[in-house]
Design a binder for this molecule. Sequence first.
Ligand SMILES: [Zn+2]
Ligand SMILES: [Zn+2]
Length: 319
Amino acid sequence: MSVLPCVGIGDIRIWPLLDGRMTVDEPPGFPAADDPEYAVHAEYIHDGKWHIDIGGFLVQSGDRLVLVDAGTGPGDGEVFAPNLDDSRAELVHWAAANGMTDPEQVLTALQSLARTDIRTGSLAANLGQIGFRPEDVTDVLLSHLHFDHIGWVSMDGKPFFPNAVIRCERHDAEHFLAPEHDDTFYRVMWNAMPTSERMAPILDRFEPWDEDALIVPGIECCFGPGHTPGSSFFSITSGSEQALILGDAVHCPQELMDPDFNGTGGDFDPEQSEATRDRIRRDAADQQVLLSAPHFPRLQFGRLHVGERARRWHFRWQS
Ligand SMILES: [Zn+2]
Ligand SMILES: [Zn+2]
């Protein structure tokens, strides 16, 4: 368990809730260790591996208690070691269905991803640590429907937040819950429960929104497609203060500073995703805006400083 500092935005309070971490091979394009930009990543990289935190944010606005993204869910603590040879036919099929014309090249990239170690499941305990119960949550807003953002919406075939309405943008609902949607990649690589199975127990309380929407006072849902068809981020505003909680359009601050760096790829529509990142960079150029995302290290909020020649990132707790 790990209680992270609460952030106040006017009258609204935000608690980052860690769910766990995945460890993957360091992607190409990271700054060298002697590059000043490397400092931002120091706590990401250990022994040549990239440590990616996973979590969500609990936002209290008036009488609403909103969970923004729901982690990966309970894990068994075991490293899942996929057998790519046994799954080769499925992965080749998946690659072809996703427009990848060289399945051999895809398999080589997958060898690296297959070494991912995912350990999660602490979000519920961290919610308890700050004094809330699952039944206190009134709304769950999902930035998108990838498995590492929806894990706690259900457990053992039942809604985990018994009083919450679960929401995401309509394009993601249509994409991920279509009968023909193929979860092979995530199931084979990371033993992930298919989105349709995870969401099935909450479908009677599932209310997608359309593009931009204001569902909870102070929390605006901003349509930012590309990573997935309905990917969204959230603008939290109270008084003169504002924070942005990003989804997976941005996995780490380096992607805000350097438009040429895309740490993880994996975007449904890379061009559209880059346009969304551009828009976020522009929104974040106002240095009063605090930003975080479900994969930022320790889910910390920070600010983007735009200088004449370069952008710089500062975590809030750094001096
Ligand atoms: Zn994602
Ligand atoms: Zn993610």
